[in-house]
Design a protein around this ligand. Structure first.
Ligand code: AMP
Length: 209
């Protein structure tokens, strides 16, 4: 199953992808995670993109497409994958078309008010990437990861200034992809306002129908 997860930041793509990965036995490829891992390891690419991610702007298409091309070439991605956060521009979608065919594009839709609440309450464990929410999915011990006991952090781009920029960038650059994929008969609309389990069930139903 070759899937793309589309939707605004905060729609829960990462959380649903974690469930879908187990269910379909395919890798979850998040371009945001790949960039964050480069930043954490201080690679040349990491140094190049760190400020861009902090502001909530998009990394250039060339750099992003090349990173995805390499990742999709790895053995575990041959039978299928979930691309989360890629493509984000029409140019990236055109480039992806040259790399591989897709089975479906899931469009996780959510109102802006809910997005802001979700993003501003999000906390993550830096080493495992596990996602929590202060209100909806709090850790067992306030501020600390359930498994590792590490202090949870707020992503720089989940701070208010960056959130507004990311939503603007989404509207301008990524939103047009909905029509792009709809017109190609690949788009499935998913209401992303429920719990992760509800949204995942809706996604499975949509893929089955
Ligand atoms: P995410 O974790 O998907 O919200 O991505 C975090 C950040 O990584 C974004 O705000 C961008 O700065 C960068 N990024 C992730 N995916 C892409 C992409 N497909 N194109 C350009 N920049 C990206």
């Amino acid at each position: 199953m070759k899937l793309v997860f589309l939707g605004p930041p905060g729609a829960g793509k990462g959380t649903i992808a974690a469930l879908a990965k187990e269910y379909f036995h395919i890798p979850h490829i998040s371009t945001g995670e790949l960039f964050r891992s480069h930043i954490k390891q201080h690679t040349p690419l990491g140094l190049q993109v760190e400020a861009i991610l902090g502001r909530g702007d998009l990394v250039s298409d060339d750099i992003t497409v090349e990173m995805v091309r390499l990742r999709l070439g790895e053995a575990d991605a041959q039978a299928g994958f979930i691309l989360d956060g890629f493509p984000r521009t029409i140019a990236q979608a055109d480039a992806l078309k040259e790399l591989t065919a897709l089975d479906a594009v899931l469009n996780f839709a959510l109102e802006e008010e809910v997005i802001i609440t979700r993003l501003s309450g999000r906390r993550v464990c830096k080493s495992t990437g596990k996602i929590y929410h202060l209100l909806y999915n709090p850790p067992k011990r306030d501020g600390f990861d359930d498994e590792t006991g590490e202090l949870l952090i707020q992503r720089d781009d989940d701070r208010p200034e960056a959130i507004h920029n990311r939503l603007e960038v989404y509207q301008r650059q990524t939103y047009p992809l909905i029509e792009y994929y709809r017109s190609r008969g690949l788009l499935l609309d998913i209401d992303a306002s429920g719990t992760p389990e509800e949204v995942f069930a809706a996604m499975r139903d949509a893929l089955n129908s």
